[in-house]
Design a protein around this ligand. Structure first.
Ligand code: SIN
Ligand code: MN
Length: 272
């Protein structure tokens, strides 16, 4: 999947691109089932909310064949090879549960702010690609993005280790208000919440400011975040666990486009 000129322009101007229907319901059924199994495991890579509900499973691509295929999927990898003009490797792999009733807030932040400060990543030549495993609705804790906020580099941030179970470099209210009300070009950027069916994909710039509210509904909101980094831009500090910020900079060799569907057929996952 190559990005069109129009998508490249939208990405440059707005800081994100949304692809509804990127993965089929058949492919997603496989991923969702695997995600539910993983979130029930008891292992150090699986972090819980303060209530005990699952929050984030890290590095599932290293211990699950299904997520191993997703991390090498050409629909995710090829657009980033195109954008960065070189090979990419997996910097991080997260399955965020945002569990029904218990999924907690993600405060306003920039992903690259953490990768730069904590991992010594030289430039914002890495980004998250979100794959929706459940329907993301306005009501179940969708990702909130501030369009155009990727244009001004890394903002000052405070290290929040208290609000949730996951430490994060978060932005203050004045910065968020300024970015929402007055973008770099003088327009009012506002806030967008891309919503859509399972199988939708959202790519967003490493400096795009984003957050998500708690999920107080009975509808879970599982999203996988594959973080791909240009190989020449690999991290230089190894402060965090290897399964949070990977140290294997081997370029990804993409699998076949049909790899997930083939796997599902071979393992007789619910009929097509
Ligand atoms: C993130 O920004 O890394 C996660 C946000 C979310 O899953 O809502
Ligand atoms: Mn983030």
């Amino acid at each position: 999947m190559k990005l069109t000129a129009e998508q490249l322009k939208a990405f440059d101007e707005q800081g994100y691109v949304f692809f509804p229907d990127c993965f089929s319901e058949f492919e997603i059924a496989l991923l969702r089932q695997e995600a539910e199994n993983i979130l029930r495991l008891n292992r150090p890579e699986i972090w819980r909310e303060k209530t005990g509900a699952p929050r984030t499973a890290f590095a599932a691509h290293t211990f699950s064949d299904v997520f191993g295929l997703l991390a090498r999927h050409p629909r995710l990898v090829v657009p980033l090879q195109q954008l960065f003009g070189e090979d990419v490797y997996v910097h991080q792999f997260k399955l965020n549960a945002k569990a029904a009733f218990e999924g907690d807030v993600w405060q306003w932040h920039q992903d690259y702010g953490t990768w730069q400060r904590d991992d010594g990543m030289p430039e914002a030549r890495a980004m998250n690609i979100a794959v929706f495993l459940d329907e993301v609705m306005p009501i179940n804790g969708p990702l909130l993005l501030i369009p155009k906020s990727h244009k001004q580099g890394v903002f000052e941030a405070g290290h929040d280790t208290l609000t949730t179970s996951y430490p994060l470099w978060t932005l203050d209210k004045d910065t968020v208000t300024r970015l929402v009300c007055e973008a770099e070009d003088g327009s009012s950027a506002g806030i967008v919440a891309p919503t859509g069916k399972p199988g939708s994909v959202l790519m967003f710039h490493g400096n795009l400011v984003h957050a998500s509210p708690p999920n107080i509904t009975p509808y879970p909101r599982k999203i996988v975040y594959l973080t791909l980094c240009a190989v020449s831009n690999h991290i230089t500090k190894f402060n965090r666990a290897e399964w949070i910020a990977h140290r294997d900079f081997t370029p990804i060799a993409p699998v076949d486009d049909g790899a997930l569907a083939d796997y599902a057929r071979a393992h007789q996952v619910a009929a097509e």
